[in-house]
Write a protein that binds this ligand. Structure first.
Ligand code: ADP
Length: 200
């Protein structure tokens, strides 16, 4: 099993930025958001179950999942959301595990926005939290997504609190008042630590 460092942080904290820097050092990145899309890609058998439950209209003619329609259905009814999560979460979890096992680098990074919320810390040997204050998260997300503070705050309300996340952390990368050069230096420091911990 490849030594696995879970990376998490709230929206706009800088997870992707940090993960990209580890990737530049040759570390394999396993991205939960990518896997969550892959498990419902056209042709995946789980789509049959989704179509049977929600109705065939949620599967488009090209075999892809109609995400907008799914979001609407789930928004209407939390039981729908629970059903879908019960179906997909084990598949996502299993695929993350396999990809980490197969990772061909000294250690791998498992990037999961909802690592703490979905109790996936047990897949990780170590947890790195990318930390930013709520103000910083909002300012960066608004700029990146061309959205507004209310939208970002609504998303933040569905995520773990800063405190809950920090409680789960083995390491914290402070991404508040730091520029890219400083972040790179912090990543390099962590990289050295992870090489040692992984026994590479
Ligand atoms: P996440 O993946 O956690 O949602 P991102 O890595 O996408 O966050 O970062 C959010 C936005 O903030 C991006 O546009 C990114 O370029 C920017 N950003 C991240 N870290 C910094 C930093 N230290 N200084 C300035 N901008 C940053």
């Amino acid at each position: 099993m490849t030594y696995t460092v879970g990376v998490t942080g709230g929206i706009g904290s800088g997870k992707s930025t940090v993960a990209n820097l580890f990737a530049e050092l040759g570390i394999v990145i396993v991205d939960a958001d990518v896997i969550a899309r892959e498990v419902v890609a056209p042709g995946e058998p789980v789509l049959d179950a989704i179509g049977a439950y929600f109705g065939p209209e949620v599967i488009a003619a090209d075999g892809s999942l109609n995400r907008a329609l799914m979001r609407e259905r789930i928004f209407e009814n939390t039981a729908y959301r629970h059903w879908l999560e019960a179906l997909l979460h084990p598949l996502i979890r299993e695929r993350m595990l396999v990809e980490c096992q197969n990772a061909r680098s000294a250690y791998c990074l498992l990037v999961v926005p909802l690592l703490v919320e979905n109790r996936l810390t047990d897949l990780c040997d170590r947890v790195l939290v990318v930390d930013a204050s709520a103000e910083v998260q909002i300012a960066r997300s608004v700029r990146r997504d061309n959205s507004n503070a209310a939208q970002i705050k609504a998303i933040m309300a569905t995520q773990a609190s800063r405190e809950q996340r920090l409680n789960a952390a083995d390491d914290v990368l402070d991404n508040n008042d730091r520029d890219l050069t400083q972040i790179k230096a912090a990543v390099l420091q962590l990289h050295k630590q992870y090489l040692e911990l992984s026994g590479a």
